[in-house]
Ligand binder design. Structure first.
Ligand code: FE2
Length: 483
């Protein structure tokens, strides 16, 4: 494992939210420092098999933003909760992006938010950090021994298991463009399937990374316009993309959202053999609906099937003109849906699975690429929730249609669940769901541990974290290496 390239002095956050921006209010307010804590208090009983680190990424701006701030803009911060024989410890660190380095040197924000992204900062302030900041704030994964913090607009950023930043990683020069925050890791072959989308041609490039970390195969996919593609689907044979009309409209920057929902432009599903070429790609038209996150995908006879949370009317607020408060979960929610492609008939379709609004889909990662039975989701069950402010964890049994819910209650705000398999188990749902929950009545955060076999029983344990953890995006579990 490489070591950090240069020591980086501690950062002290400067955000006061003097402009009262909604995306910096409440538990969206960043924390101002980096800490290490040991012997965290635990309620209940942690399963003795649970040994490793839960790491969550999310936006945590270090400096008072220039102009309008969206949660997509904030500097990435990693929060790690590590469980070992000595107990439970907590550590948080900013990801030292080159852009954040330029801002630290300047002592103030240099980069505007994504809603004003083409208003490039003065090169005298950014130096070699480039015109757009790569905050690496969306996800954290590990492949071929490298731990990568991801942001879909740029290269991955390599970090250590201790959360120190190594720097941007380009797969030995083979990745010449951005990398999605949602690659697909094949638990059977060790391969990583991934892609990058861009505002400029080529709009979509698919890549396959071998188990040893070599990026061996790239395919440029021709799209009619630049669109937001946040996640992909993997089967044992295919890479699958849902191209939806959530279109980047650079001319609209400054007048309204830079990404606009244009259902009149249609949607389609692209199916490519994993090691296929551009001419092997087959497209299947489908009614427009946007999906940020999929569960698993698999082949069933002549069909490809998958599940995802489907937005009829997406709006993620990448905009510097309208009021951010309008993004109520009531107006722009997603519903869990089942999709299929009939390869023989040349058709594709979908149906809603449930009427519970949610997102942040996860599965037992051993089942990615094959038929999955248990689907986990974060959901809204309390009234008047803001988009992304979930309050419940849901499990669907796709074989029976049964739904089970754990609600964090009116004061609870749940993040993304991560499934950790029970090493002594064999069933798909033998394991635990880990989730950082913020309670606004006590203004603190817990890492809750829920038995995935019985959500309704509530958490079997809760780690009381030594500090509030602001809302974030995606997380993963990294087992202790000695197991
Ligand atoms: Fe995501």
């Amino acid at each position: 494992m490489a070591t950090p390239t240069a020591p980086f002095p501690p950062i002290v956050g400067q955000v006061t939210n003097a402009a009262h921006q909604p995306d910096l209010a409440g538990n969206r307010c960043p924390v101002a420092d980096e800490i290490d804590a040991t012997a965290c208090a635990v309620s209940g009983e942690l399963p003795p098999e649970l040994r490793g680190s839960f790491v969550r990424n999310g936006p945590n701006p270090a400096f008072e933003p220039i102009g309008r701030y969206s949660a997509l803009d904030g500097d990435g911060m990693l929060h790690a909760v590590t469980i070992d024989d000595a107990g439970v410890s907590y550590r948080n660190r900013w990801i030292r992006s080159r852009g954040l380095g330029a801002e630290v040197a300047h002592g103030a924000a240099v980069y505007p938010g994504l809603g004003d992204v083409l208003n490039f900062p003065d090169r005298a302030l950014t130096g070699d950090a480039g015109p757009v900041k790569n905050p690496a704030n969306t996800h954290i994964i590990e492949h071929a021994g490298r731990r990568l913090a991801l942001w879909e607009g740029g290269l991955p950023t390599e970090v250590t298991s201790g959360l120190d930043t190594i720097g941007e990683y380009d797969f030995d020069g083979r990745l010449r463009g951005p990398m999605t925050a949602h690659p697909r890791l094949d638990p059977r072959t060790g391969e990583m399937l991934m892609f990058g989308y861009s505002l400029f041609e080529p709009y979509l490039v698919y890549h396959l990374v071998e188990a040893d970390g070599t990026l061996s195969h790239s395919v440029e996919i021709d799209l009619p316009a630049p669109v937001m593609i946040h996640d992909m689907i993997m089967t044992e044979q295919h890479a699958v993309f849902l191209e939806t009309p959530y279109v980047f409209d650079l001319e609209n920057i400054g007048k309204g959202p830079m990404v606009r929902w244009m259902p009149e432009r249609g949607a389609r599903i692209g199916v490519l053999p994993r090691r296929g070429a551009a001419e092997d790609l087959a497209w299947f038209d489908i009614e427009p609906g946007h999906v940020q996150h999929f569960w698993s995908g698999w082949v069933e006879g002549d069909r490809i099937e998958f599940h995802g949370c489907r937005y009829q009317n997406p709006d993620f607020g990448i905009d510097n003109t309208t009021e951010l408060d309008h993004r109520s979960a009531k107006d722009h929610y997603a519903l869990p849906a089942r999709f299929w492609v009939d390869l023989a008939a040349g058709t594709a379709g979908w149906e809603t699975m449930d009427d519970l609004e949610g997102d942040f889909n996860r599965i037992n990662p051993a089942y990615d690429g094959v038929r999955v039975r248990y689907l986990y989701m974060s959901a809204y069950t309390q009234p008047d929730r803001h988009l992304g402010d979930f309050d419940a964890v849901v499990k669907y049994d796709d074989a029976t249609g049964k739904r089970t819910i754990w609600s964090a209650g009116p004061a609870g705000h749940v993040g993304e669940s991560v499934f950790v398999a029970d090493p002594d188990g064999s069933a798909e749902d033998d394991g635990w769901l880990l989730n950082i929950v913020y309670y606004h009545d006590r203004h603190t955060s817990d890492l809750v541990v829920i038995d995935a076999r019985d959500l309704a029983a509530g958490p079997v344990a809760a780690v009381h974290l030594p500090r509030r953890v602001p809302f974030g995006f995606h997380a993963n579990w990294f087992p202790a290496v000695d197991r």
